[in-house]
Design a binder for this molecule. Structure first.
Ligand code: FE2
Length: 386
């Protein structure tokens, strides 16, 4: 695709962005919908009354809603299959994913399994979805994954210690409702960890081999927005402007990775999540600055622009020097938002490192990195972060 500057841009999702856009959910479903499956996490949205607001809104339009609120972080293929069975038995004609990346990814996978049958894991990999699934609406309640605008659904298979993804243009949500007010009650540690996921998406998309001129614009703006808004979103969560900035950053970064893909922080981070069940954003966040240092020399001009977008004073220094400011700026940001964990604290064990890297090795993220690791480098890299 990259020969002679050619590239494609795919985004079939209609986006409604802004405070209180949740109120447009019912109208956004269209007149034909009769029964919806609402997929969410266990309790937080219910506690905040968001589930009730949705049930009332859809009820007012004579749309019946079946609630599946059993999604945990790192959701399994078994949870997807269970929800798909409920969806089929109830005869739902639309799926609404409400929550962080886990709930939205489960909703995506359910839309496939409910339509085509078989089991969730049968659709893992690239382009294994045979056609359009059930209609899907994504309503993010965190600012991190950007899953509302990506063709990716990540699921775990615990018995194989494997985390993998369904990747297909068929699973772009039909509608994304990005209402930043839904993130305002997210506690500091989750705001920080999910915000690091957004930053990792933006930086990895911008430096990826698969980057395009359009993904570059989205990614660099997302970097700038995270630098500008994440600290305040973490520590002053009721600041509407900061929450809006992070919701936009997350969405733009999601649009960027939908085109450009991600890099080694995600390739290794997915395997760590599969092995140890660690939080995705926290895991890729811990890996990110060191992955950036590894790749600095491959694309110094790109890292120099990332440093600039993060507010580093790089105007009168060499490109190489400016590039080295980028991981430094990310480390300072992590310090400011209270992320101090190591891989060991996430549960990573030294004796698992070679299996871990072997698991990561077939992921396209590893070769999409601007400076792909060798296996030995990757093992030493993870060991240094324990
Ligand atoms: Fe991610």
């Amino acid at each position: 695709m990259k020969e002679h500057g050619a590239f494609q841009f795919v985004l079939p999702t209609r986006v409604l962005f802004g405070d209180n856009t949740l109120e447009q959910l019912g109208a956004g479903l269209g007149p034909a919908v009769r029964k919806a499956l609402l997929v969410s996490g266990r309790s937080s949205m219910r506690a905040q009354g968001v589930t009730t607001r949705i049930l009332q809104q859809l009820g007012g339009r004579a749309i019946e809603t079946v609630v599946f609120d059993q999604v945990d972080s790192n959701p399994t293929d078994a949870v997807v299959d269970e929800a798909a069975m409920i969806c089929r038995n109830a005869g739902c004609d639309v799926i609404i994913g409400l929550g962080g990346g886990s709930a939205i990814d489960v909703a995506k996978a359910v839309s496939v399994v409910a339509k085509f049958g078989r089991s969730c894991w049968d659709f893992v990999g690239r382009n294994a979805v045979p056609g359009d699934p059930l209609a899907l609406v994504a309503v993010p309640t965190t600012a991190g994954t950007g899953s509302e605008v990506t063709p990716v659904a990540v699921v775990s298979k615990p018995e194989r210690r494997r985390k993998d993804a369904i990747v297909s243009d068929h699973i772009f949500p039909r509608l994304a409702i990005v209402d930043p007010t839904l993130t305002s009650a997210l506690p500091p540690e989750l705001t920080a960890a999910t915000g690091m996921d957004a930053l990792a998406h933006a930086i990895e998309a911008y430096t990826a081999r698969g980057s395009t001129p359009l993904s570059d614009m989205l990614a660099l703006e997302a970097v700038r927005l995270v630098g500008q808004h994440l600290r305040k979103a973490v520590w002053q969560g009721d600041d509407a402007e900061a929450r809006r900035g992070m919701a936009l950053a997350s969405m733009l970064a999601g649009m960027a990775i939908a085109q450009a893909g991600v890099g080694a922080a995600h390739g290794l981070g997915m395997s760590i999540g599969g092995f140890f069940g660690s939080h995705h954003g926290l895991t890729v966040g811990i890996l990110l600055p060191a992955v950036m240092e590894h790749g600095l020399g491959a694309v110094p001009d790109r890292y120099a622009r990332i440093a600039e977008a993060l507010g580093e004073p790089v105007q009168s220094v060499s490109v190489r020097r400016a590039a080295s400011h980028a991981p430094h700026a990310v480390r300072e940001l992590m310090q400011d938002i209270g992320i101090t964990a190591t891989l060991r604290q996430l549960g990573v064990q030294e004796e698992s490192l070679s299996d871990l890297v072997a698991d990561a090795w077939d992921r396209p993220d590893m070769t999409n990195d601007p400076r792909p690791f060798t296996r030995d480098e990757a093992i030493a890299f993870c060991r240094a972060l324990l």
